[in-house]
Design a protein. Structure first.
Length: 195
């Protein structure tokens, strides 16, 4: 079992990264091999709309620090994606990364990824009302399903809270640990479970 985490916050001790870290830590305790990438430490561009991945190649033509990240996702059984909510959306770093996953689609828009992977999208927002921005996950889950991800989870933290305050939220730590158990379980819960 390989689990890859993509961390989209520019803050090194962000709440979204802390939740992803708890999932990785628990999954590792349960026997998973884990790896994380901090997007803010990488030098990469967003999608260039060159269509090379649809006309000439079966992968993104760009060669930068995101290349090994995209390869790690292809090899992973589960992908944990964590981002803060900035202006009602994912962070800019995360959006540039996610745009590059366009290369996971064949010219006919079927997936190049092995089917049945699991995903977790973690979003931390300062807005206390979790009903706001609930639509963000649905938009990304649509693409994850197109890529063949079948066991998908959402984990959201509301605020306002300073960075690295997840330790004050035992409810979210418990949810992160349950997700880790689900990812490493031989019979995962139904797709679309939201924690």
């Amino acid at each position: 079992m390989k689990i890859v985490a993509i961390l989209g916050s520019p803050r090194p001790k962000s709440n979204s990264a802390a939740l992803a870290g708890r999932i990785l830590e628990r999954a590792s305790e349960l026997g998973a091999e884990t790896q994380e990438f901090v997007l803010n430490k990488l030098a990469f561009k967003g999608c260039q709309a060159c269509e090379a991945c649809k006309t000439k190649l079966d992968h993104c033509v760009l060669k930068d620090d995101l290349t090994p990240v995209l390869e790690a996702i292809k090899e992973a059984d589960a992908v944990v994606m964590a981002t803060p909510n900035y202006f009602g959306e994912v962070s800019g770093q995360f959006k540039c990364f996610f745009d590059r996953t366009y290369s996971f689609l064949n010219p006919n828009f079927t997936s190049r990824l092995a089917p049945g992977k699991s995903s977790v999208l973690i979003m931390a927002q300062g807005q206390p009302n979790l009903n706001l921005y609930a639509d963000v996950y649905a938009r990304y889950e649509m693409w994850l399903k197109r890529y063949g991800f079948a066991n998908n989870h959402s984990l959201r933290m509301n605020g306002p809270r300073p960075a690295d305050s997840v330790s004050q939220r035992p409810d979210l730590i418990t949810q992160a640990e349950e997700i880790a158990r689900n990812l490493t379980s031989p019979s995962p819960k139904q797709a679309g479970d939201t924690w």
